[in-house]
Design a protein. Structure first.
Length: 164
């Protein structure tokens, strides 16, 4: 007697919905592109291996900043100068296609452009490795629309504290 093959399931995976009941499309095209960039960054880091240098990361960050336009580029250039001056121990690198700064290979702070993610402001974020703990709750990212002397002073202090 011939074995019977199990019938194909006619069930389809459930669609994800948001709290408002709308169907979620998953990741946006920009988010998928950022994930692909991160995969490329990891491959490049693996190829470089132990011969990787701070100069490689610096070059990669400056290339990404050069690709930006308008306010994103101006703020990214200024933040790069401010972060590297405030915390020379941090190594520039790209992270999801955006400038980031790492200590011992772990990202401490990063920049996220407004244009790339269709946001109304750029973001300066800090990871969980940043020493910014303050009580039971503290901010880990900041929205920026411009950089004045006051913001630069505050960012410089935050970056120094993050790596302390």
């Amino acid at each position: 007697m011939a074995e019977r093959k199990p019938a194909k399931s006619t069930q389809r995976p459930a669609k994800r919905t948001t709290a408002s009941g709308k169907t979620s499309a998953g990741f946006s095209d920009d988010e998928r592109a950022a994930m692909k960039e991160r995969a490329q960054e990891l491959k490049a880091e693996a190829r470089r291996g132990s011969r990787a240098s701070t100069a490689d990361g610096e070059r990669d960050v400056l290339e990404k900043i050069a690709e930006m336009r308008g306010t994103d580029r101006a703020i990214a250039e200024r933040l790069h100068a401010l972060i590297t001056a405030s915390a020379p121990a941090l190594s520039p690198k790209t992270w999801y296609g955006m400038p980031a700064y790492a200590k011992d290979g772990k990202v401490v702070c990063y920049f996220q452009g407004a244009e790339k993610f269709k946001s109304r402001y750029v973001t300066l974020g800090f990871s969980d490795t940043a020493n910014l703990d303050e009580g039971a709750m503290w901010p880990t990212s900041f929205a920026l629309t411009e950089l004045t002397a006051a913001e630069e002073k505050r960012i410089g202090a935050l970056v120094k504290r993050a790596v302390s």
